[in-house]
Design a protein around this ligand. Structure first.
Ligand code: PMP
Length: 366
């Protein structure tokens, strides 16, 4: 049998594993930070209408620059942050993973490096490697916050071309303050011109405001967002960034022509017409997250403060045994490989109750 390493794959891909959150068919799936609420029927109908209209023109390539969509995303950012953003400052792609990939293709690549503070979103490292960018693992404190002095030392030592800051951080749930981001941004620029990418995939669930206003006057600062979480549209595959218009021009050097299909653009536009309804679920999920945090703490389980739609909980001597015990009770959570900790996504009240019930029995046995 031919194995991957028998093929002439690039050296930096040898021995690596693909992104692989298990997609298991179990009653309670709380492992990939999805929104548990299906899109409301009026929105489903509107998507069908918009997609039907797009289908009438599928003989033609889609709007390559996705102008209407970027204008609508800019309006969403302006409305929700109070900070005025234009379509020229927004770029969209197939999920924020593709946005991050385009950023690394543009600002990373062979001979260049990217630094992130781990544990964090594993795809930052994987996409770096996939684009030939050397990955540097920066430090976090034991409580998973970023130690600015240690981070500045890492930046000075490694001189990265790209710095990732995930806020709220996946998998820990920790938000990063504007002061920390600014300190890191300035420290990095003092070493060399460095792109600082703030991954705000979960920011709608945060107690803290978006760091979007920081892009003003800072052409090296990029905010990455997604419709996969707060909008409940993970299946749509729509991510976007906000930055200086020059960054938007730069990523167009690497994007594939017509990367965003007409069907995707039509669906995303329909979702953006229903922003208010969709964000209504965010308030419910935040309340449920806080309820689960309190219930876990009442059980004596350690929980990292969460600004996201997921919770990191622990600490367990045998993380895998607890993961398996929960799965045996029909509840799938995520083992991100952070020793002693597991991560659970906030679901519906019923799903969260099932999770809490499973934790109680699992704890008795482990
Ligand atoms: N950033 C973070 C921090 C994430 O957790 C995820 C998805 N789990 C993404 C980006 C990518 O999401 P998507 O490609 O669906 O936008």
């Amino acid at each position: 049998m031919t194995r991957i390493d028998d093929l002439p794959v690039r050296d930096e891909l040898r021995g690596q594993s693909p992104y692989g959150a298990p997609q298991l068919d179990v009653p309670v799936r709380l492992n990939t930070n999805e929104n548990p609420y299906p899109l409301p029927e009026p929105l489903v109908a509107r998507i069908a209408e918009r997609v039907a209209e797009a289908a009438r023109h599928l003989n033609r390539y889609p709007d390559r620059d996705a102008v209407e969509l970027r204008d609508r995303l800019a309006a969403y950012l302006t409305d929700t942050t109070g900070h005025a953003v234009t379509g020229a400052q927004v770029w969209a792609a197939n999920g924020s993973n593709e946005v991050l990939q385009q950023l690394l293709q543009t600002f990373g690549g062979p001979g260049r490096s990217a630094l992130g503070f781990e544990p964090s979103y594993s795809m930052h490292a994987l996409i770096s490697r996939g684009t030939g960018t050397r990955w540097i693992s920066g430090p976090r404190r034991d409580d998973f916050t970023i130690d600015v002095a240690a981070a500045e030392r890492a930046v000075a030592e490694h001189r990265p071309d790209v710095v990732f800051i995930c806020s709220p951080n996946n998998p820990t749930g920790t938000a990063v303050s504007a002061e920390t981001v600014l300190a890191l941004h300035d420290a990095a620029q003092a070493v060399r011109p460095t792109m600082v990418v703030v991954d705000e995939a979960y920011v709608e669930f945060s107690h803290h405001a978006s760091l979007l206003p920081l892009i003003d006057g800072r052409p090296h600062l990029v905010i990455s967002r997604t419709m996969s979480k707060a909008f409940g549209a993970a299946g749509l595959r729509l991510g976007y960034l906000a930055a200086d218009p020059a960054v938007v021009d730069a990523v167009q050097l690497v994007r594939l022509p017509y990367h965003l299909s007409a069907v995707t653009q039509a669906t995303a536009l329909a979702c953006l017409e229903h922003t208010e309804t969709l964000l209504g679920y965010v308030a419910q999920l935040k309340a449920e997250r806080d309820r689960v945090v309190a219930a876990l703490r009442a059980e004596g389980v350690e929980v990292v403060d969460s600004d996201a739609n997921f919770i990191q909980f622990g600490r367990f001597d045998d993380t895998h045994a607890v993961w398996q015990a929960l799965l045996d009770r029909g509840v799938l959570v995520r083992d991100n490989g952070v020793p002693g900790w597991l991560r659970v996504t906030a679901g519906t009240p019923a799903e969260n109750d099932a999770f809490l019930g499973a934790v109680r029995t699992a704890l008795k046995q482990n």
